[in-house]
Write a protein that binds this ligand. Structure first.
Ligand SMILES: CC#C[C@H]1NC(N)=Nc2cc3[nH]c(NC)nc3cc21
Ligand SMILES: [Zn+2]
Length: 362
């Protein structure tokens, strides 16, 4: 009946939560979207511009920064915050995923991962200890534990032994972490699509009392349906009073579905990378600005958007800039997309605070 249908609807949102994470470098309003700044810069953006979009925190990568310019050098130069002129929170990924997706040759041992740099082929090793130390040298506000990145798809046996290695590495990462007020370390649970492995991974990592927990092994090609199937139960395995971070996600619809299942933090290259490729996220859907239908379109991407691209320029100009590969095209498209994603998060936070459904936002 009517009452049951309404209850069902609210039921769908009962796991969504809004909150504030307090750190040494400022507050993070959750649900939060973290722009990706892999090599110590959010591509095509000044840090102060990233700040105006509303981002509270950005992401950096251990893998890239250890290869160039080197963690010790960044440390000597005052740390990543100073180096890149970003004073708010920084989260750094621990490197395993980038080794898996970028370096050609790699060998996984109990000690860690041995790999050849994708830049010049030289040999490096990443371990729970070295990854944690590198993130300390970078000055990360939130350090990620060093996990073994289980490929997708994986058999149950593969996922089990990989998850067990991740648990042993999580213990070593936790031991190597230099805990200080306002800084934190997040564990990353694995276990692929197998719920008993996800549970064991969560239990192993909860014992280590991390400041937050990430769900690893998703957004690796499994598709939204399978991802939501895991998210229907995995967030509930984690402490309710600690941040939950879904790595690498995602499109607006993925973010909304994950928030409804209890996720607090997100990172994804989509707004920046697709912006540079000429795709703009708008309330009318994704606009492929290179399409010739925009070459004389004298209207902004979104009439009520406050970003520079929408305030001062037209789709025709953006179409032209992207076509002729002008750097300003990448800048303006990126700025707009980051603004769009932060506005989406702001609206989600407001709807949750008012106890309203937010299914139709995207
Ligand atoms: C297997 C595994 C795993 C996770 N482990 C670590 N350290 N980082 C990640 C980054 C990701 N980005 C995406 N999609 C873009 N999925 C990710 C998953 C992880
Ligand atoms: Zn805009």
């Amino acid at each position: 009946d009517e009452r049951k249908i309404i209850a069902k609807a609210h039921d769908k949102y009962k796991k969504a939560r809004a909150g504030i994470i307090n750190t040494r470098h400022g507050q993070i309003h959750t649900p939060a979207f973290m722009p990706v700044g892999t090599k110590g810069t959010v591509k095509a953006m000044l840090p102060e511009s990233v700040q105006t979009t509303g981002a509270d925190i950005i992401l950096g990568n251990t893998y890239h920064l250890m290869l160039q310019p080197g963690a010790k050098r960044v440390f000597k130069l005052g740390g990543l915050h100073k180096f890149m002129n970003w004073s708010k929170p920084l989260l750094t990924d621990s490197g395993g995923f980038q080794v898996m997706s970028l370096s050609k040759l790699r060998k996984i041992t109990e000690e860690g991962v041995i790999f050849n740099s994708h830049i010049d082929g030289s040999k490096f090793m990443l371990s729970p200890e070295s990854s944690t130390e590198i993130q300390y040298l970078l000055g990360s506000t939130i350090t990620m534990a060093f996990d073994e990145c289980t490929p997708y798809p994986s058999t149950y046996e593969q996922a089990k032994s990989s998850m067990e290695l991740t648990s042993r590495w999580a213990k070593r990462s936790r031991k190597a972490f230099y805990s200080r007020d306002g800084y934190g370390q997040f564990g990353i649970i694995q276990g692929s699509i197998y719920n008993d492995l996800r549970l064991k991974s969560a239990l192993d990592l909860i014992e280590l009392d991390f400041e937050g927990y990430a769900i690893g092994g998703l957004a690796v090609g499994e598709g939204q349906e399978l991802m939501f199937k895991v998210l229907d139960y995995a967030p509930d395995l984690l402490p309710i009073n600690k941040p939950r971070y879904l790595m690498g996600v995602g499109k607006p619809a993925d973010i909304i579905g994950a928030v409804q299942r209890g996720i607090d933090m997100f990172d994804c290259v989509i707004p920046t990378r697709s912006g540079r490729n000429g795709q703009a996220f708008t309330k009318y859907g994704v606009v492929n600005i290179r399409n010739s239908k925009y070459k004389e379109d004298n209207t902004p991407l979104e009439e009520d958007c406050l970003c520079p691209a929408c305030k001062n320029y037209t789709k025709a100009y953006l179409h032209y800039l992207v076509k002729v590969k002008e750097i300003l095209g990448a800048m303006l498209m990126t700025w707009h997309n980051l603004m769009y994603f932060q506005k989406l998060m702001l609206r989600i936070r407001e709807y949750i605070a008012q106890g309203k459904d937010f299914d139709f936002i995207s």
